[in-house]
Design a protein. Sequence first.
Length: 347
Amino acid sequence: VVRRFDAHTQTDIDAEATLKPITSEPHAEHYYNLLLDEISDTLDGLCDPNSMWGKYIVDAAQAGVHKPCGNYNEKDGCNADLGCVFRDVLAACVDTPCIKHCSDTLCNKDVPNKCSWDASESVCYKEEGCKKHSGETACNVDTTCSWREMKCVDKPCSYPDENSCTADSTYDCEWSSKDGSCQEKPCQYSDKAGCTANVKCMWDEACLKAGIPAMCVLKPCDYSTPADCTSNEQCGWSGSACEMKACVAYADERCCNSNEASEGCHWDVKQSPAICSVGPCKMIIDSNTCESERACMLEGTNCVEKDCNKVTDKCACEADPDCYFSTAAGKQHCTFQRYGTCPTLDV
């Protein structure tokens, strides 16, 4: 029903009562009462699948056919369309850069955007990617793909640099400094049964005493040869098997540091992902060697990682190039040089 005025006249009401019952189900969505001035906007959205009428008018059989990218409201549907790509920065579905290429030569030369010329339609689309694989075997053979929930999808965490890798908000990605690659964090099981059923994973309960729940982690030393074993800093070859080095079982930073005094563990952030390992000072047994190592200090008869805050003698503090003796009123103490000019802070 098209009416001239905002208010509904009796004629409008009678027309609605006559027409609405003869529309198809659901009547409320297949019938519309609008102002004359609204006709143009209503017709513009007639073929928009997100509009009231468009979701019925647009042919659902067109699944897999390129549609206007603005029609997609969600990421998966957008990226499944060969002519579209979802831009997280814009939070919108837009045309893929491939669409602008009007010849097979220009299209196939655009390797960075993974473009491919569709001869049947004479149009440049992005490559079909992993969804071209219909079976699990073919999917897993393709190193860029992963079989998930009975379908082949692009492998998560395929980023070329660390910043992009750790910024992924969809998957739990981690950067490997050893391989220079981004990988999906393995063994993401929340229960012990699921974890131990995977031969590559283990249920880590080493940190329970520190109040940290058990977690599923990748077995770090699942190697069969000495060369492979010793290539991993977390592992050591015992003569017949590859075993974890001391402290490696503490997979959490707080748990690792809580075992510093008893086992000499320290959280090593010099590699990514960080690991818990025996501190280099712990392995020194000679007192003279310990004192000659700038990163170490003697604590009784033990060689430990240097901590200027533990030095109580002013002269000993000032004799160490890494330490600084603060004479701040009310709290004279030894601290690291890098903290020497900092006032007391509440954090």
